[in-house]
Design a protein around this ligand. Structure first.
Ligand code: EPU
Length: 576
């Protein structure tokens, strides 16, 4: 779609402002304005400030007839440190779900509407500025930056797309790094002990940067050196995670237990729903309440306190929630007395978190089983830890071998952590062998149908479900998959069907009638695993498959297309 207006040369000076927010989620956040800028390190969105105001004059109309903002607002960004410039002007309204609107005006040379975002091309001297929710819409505007001059314009990964040419069989070796879902919790665990921590085997993914922003707001600082990160934690912490951070990093809720344990208080914005459904945190709160915490919801922010400190308690979870188990573990290590978590999640990432905490001096028994016992200690000390390998990254490349009928060895992984996924890949006709830290898998010419249900570990992982559906869409027969962890993880189904798959949704079940071939077309990566699954499907599709919104993939996979290309795939990243 052409830009609706442009001044000469604006394409060289373009900024892209991400606006993809769930409207329900957004509606709960009206009273808060966060400042977003383009993150030069990761190509994502970073938070640099907080206005705490709700200027009504920022909302433009759909299609661009709305009012202009005032231009005498104070600067929101202290300097041009992100390579952005000065100036100011309207950038309009971005609506995450329905219609989108933005207007050409002061500072905006061109506007392009995409299905889930508006791309704004700014004139020189304008920084792509605020973004926040207003009644289900996301308001964005240019922000004046005094003192900065020529903007160094770059493209945000939010509008990246991966163009996959189908046909290659993946062959070769690929190594995986540490697990995203372990490292995110390690970063939070550092808050429990002032001093300098080292975490190794850290993947260079967007979510890790976002969690560094979260703990950075609290007072910690992260320094990256290759795949290691040093986290410096001060004595005094600011015990809060505001909405603009929580919105970008739902896992931020995990700071609750650590902050309560360390400071006796926490203010954490409620994460709301997301692409997988409502995702409540009742089990987190019930468990912490049993340990003496008190909660009050104030304007969408959970105010937690434990004025007398946390006390060990017997907590039995209704469901083995990963996040609730981790929050209670983080709270229990500094609580008085013994905490027992019954029906605890048994994920390897939880065991890994317990190992890190133990290295810090915590006393934990039973992590990795369904009963975890924690004897609280008065204080912890900084530690060094190497994160457990990412079983989901490993599993995704194995499905890549399976779907292309190729042969791939995934190194630096723990095959035991993929036991159920490997069993189902075997049932689908793959041959594999495992060693201490590798899996080699050969895919069949055409997979056999397989049925399975996602379950907490050691069951089949929900985060491998979309990739497996992509594989089974090409099976010689009909498969049925039941999703038991999330109520709404099916947005990718429509995208897969655009490629020619025959996948039908029946409540929590997916009925997959295998087809012999898929046919490439543009599809949207609606979340991390859906995006990965669509890229894998593209490898086995005729022609070109363009996966838009590739930033979702970047949240969980470091150099996803680079690793696939090293295995023989043809994938090119395109950026507007
Ligand atoms: N749930 C509740 N109440 C609670 C907690 C959870 O109803 O208090 C429900 C959730 O709504 C969900 C289910 O229980 O339907 C499972 O939630 P869980 O707490 O186990 O998951 P999580 O901690 O929110 C982590 C991973 C997810 C992964 C799940 C399940 C992180 C940062 N996220 O989420 O990873 O799918 O466990 O294994 O660790 C991903 O990496 O792509 C991803 C989504």
């Amino acid at each position: 779609m052409p830009f609706c207006a442009a001044e000469p040369g604006f394409e060289e000076r373009q900024h892209h402002l991400l606006g993809e927010h769930d409207a329900d989620h957004a509606a709960s956040q009206r009273e808060h304005i966060g400042v977003v800028v383009l993150d030069t390190l990761m190509g994502g969105v970073g938070v640099v400030g907080d206005r705490g105001a709700d200027p009504p004059d920022l909302v433009g109309g759909d299609g661009g007839a709305g009012p202009r903002p005032a231009h005498d607002d104070p600067p929101l960004h202290p300097s041009g440190e992100h390579g952005l410039g000065d100036g100011g002007g309207v950038v309009g309204v971005v609506d995450g779900l329905g219609g989108v609107g933005a207007q050409v005006g002061d500072g905006v040379a061109g506007v392009r509407h995409e299905p889930r975002q508006v791309l704004l091309h700014l004139v020189p001297g304008v920084v792509a500025g605020d973004g926040d929710a207003h009644g289900g819409r996301v308001v964005a505007r240019a922000v004046p930056l005094p003192g900065a001059s020529s903007p160094s314009l770059r493209t945000i990964a939010a509008v990246d797309r991966l163009v996959v040419t189908g046909g290659a069989r993946l062959r070769g070796e690929v190594a995986v790094l540490g697990a995203k879902n372990a490292v995110l919790k390690h970063l939070v665990a550092t808050l429990l002990a002032p001093g300098s921590h080292q975490i190794e085997n850290v993947p260079g993914i967007l979510d890790v940067r976002l969690m560094c922003d979260v703990i950075g707001h609290i007072g910690a600082s992260c320094r990256f050196d290759g795949s290691a990160v040093e986290v410096e934690v001060p004595d005094d912490l600011l015990p809060e995670a505001p909405i603009d951070l929580v919105r970008r990093m739902r896992a931020s809720i995990i700071v609750l237990g650590a902050l309560l344990a360390r400071t006796g208080e926490a203010r954490v914005a409620l994460p709301g729903g997301d692409d997988f459904g409502s995702r409540p945190i009742d089990m987190h709160l019930d468990g912490l309440e049993a340990m003496g915490a008190r909660f009050e919801l104030v304007h969408g922010v959970l105010h937690a306190s434990a004025p007398n400190g946390l006390e060990g308690a017997d907590v039995y979870l209704e469901f083995p929630s990963v996040g609730a188990t981790e929050n209670l573990l983080l709270a229990g290590v500094l609580a008085r007395g013994t905490t027992t978590i019954g029906n605890a999640a048994r994920e390897p990432e939880i065991q890994d978190l317990a190992e890190f905490l133990s290295a810090m001096g915590a006393r934990i028994r039973g992590a990795g089983t369904s009963t975890i016992e924690i004897d609280g200690v008065p204080s912890l000390t900084p530690a060094r830890h190497r994160a457990v390998p990412d079983r989901l990254e490993a599993g995704t490349y194995l499905v890549g071998a399976a779907i292309t009928g190729g042969e791939v060895t995934v190194r630096d992984c723990v095959p035991e952590h993929l036991r159920m996924e490997l069993r189902k890949l075997g049932d689908a006709g793959c041959e594999y062998e495992t060693g201490k830290d590798f899996v080699t898998l050969r895919g069949p010419d055409r997979p056999q149908p397989v049925d399975f249900a996602t379950l907490p570990y050691p069951g089949f992982h929900t985060d491998m479900h979309p990739q497996m559906v992509a594989l089974l869409s090409l099976a010689d027969g009909t498969s049925v998959i039941t999703e038991n962890i999330y109520s709404a993880r099916f947005r990718y189904v429509g995208e897969l069907n655009r490629l020619g798959a025959d996948v039908q949704l029946e409540g929590q079940h997916v009925i997959i009638r295998g087809v012999p071939t898929l046919s490439g077309c543009p599809v949207d990566a609606c979340d991390i695993r859906a995006g990965a699954a669509l890229v894998l499907a593209g490898l086995r599709s005729d022609g070109y498959t363009t996966v838009t919104d590739a930033q979702h993939i970047d949240r969980g996979y470091a150099d996803f297309e680079g690793k696939l290309v090293s295995l023989g795939a043809e994938i090119v990243r395109e950026t507007d």
